[in-house]
Design a protein around this ligand. Sequence first.
Ligand code: NAD
Ligand code: GLY
Length: 358
Amino acid sequence: MKTLHVELGDRRYPIHIGPGLLARPELLTPCIPGRQALVVSNTTVAPLYLEPVRASLDGLRHEAVILPDGEQYKTLDTLNEIFTALLNHRFDRNCTVIALGGGVIGDMAGFAAACYQRGVHFIQIPTTLLAQVDSSVGGKTAVNHPFGKNMIGAFYQPLGVLADTDTLATLPDRELSAGLAEVIKYGLIRDLPFLEWLEANLEALMARDAAALSEAIDRSCRNKAEIVAADERETGERALLNLGHTFGHAIETGVGYGQWLHGEAVATGMVMAADLSARLGWLNREQVERVRALLARARLPVQPPMALTPDDFLRLMAVDKKVKDGRLRLILLRNLGQAVIASDINPRLLIETLETSL
Ligand code: NAD
Ligand code: GLY
């Protein structure tokens, strides 16, 4: 097992990464200050992993709420099911909400923990690659609104993250690929040696080689933990984690939540961001091809859906959390391994990217 920390002063917390962690109560219980815990999971993950988690909670009062599975359920209505469970069980302000699942469960359970009685304790047990490398770390929590992805939420850090790599054995191939999109993102935005390592080890990752996956999760979490420690509330550098996300969120919202996986939309969005970076003279065409080829090798889509027009993109991209004073800002690549926040983007170049991509 490896343990990293997110260095946030008195809110510092551990990320444990390794096999067999669900069966190790000594990792979970130190993160639970009180006597009550509510596990939030879904209809797919609970039958696989709820029992070992409940066994680790032996000696505490523990309950579970099982939500429907899917991005389309990442809503205020579903969130209310968590509040209802907490109230039904008369859980108090010293209770702990434990997210057991992928990013959808993590984001919703975290937001519920942030809101219930104005904030209760929270733990992440991520079970997808995407959640282990990205969403469980850093305290972004949210639900979607029909008009925009993750538009209602809060920054709310967990007390600990337990990434049991054994859980990845049951993950469908398509979900593994979606997680790889976020892994590749770290290489592209700030870690060229990691990008080169990924180019050399992609097939091992796709074959779920345990050592390769563990290395990729560790290096991803190190990158994320550093960024979050430096800029928890995204006043600057943290925005770089959104490479490909403005295009990607437009795809997810435009085609309907749950149609494209988040990682798939981000992969296509990163190719579009690389294309726009080339139009600005920052990348050359070989570098854009290098980005596209790596994502395609991870069996990720690299072209946006035909159902969306450039006008759809422009309308949907205007609802983005990076929009500031009504102006669009995008994360682009000055070079491979060097992302930047770009504002005042020439609209003609953006439209060229949209038209050629579509
Ligand atoms: P997800 O939570 O929908 O999980 C993907 C699918 O895999 C689901 O069907 C889930 O039930 C299933 N699953 C989970 N673990 C499994 C396992 N071990 N075995 C078998 N099936 C399993 O999707 P995701 O890709 O984990 O997360 C995407 C969400 O995360 C999006 O809503 C996105 O907005 C959010 N996100 C948040 C952050 C953040 O910083 N908070 C970062 C990135 C993404
Ligand atoms: N996934 C983007 C962030 O955590 O900031």
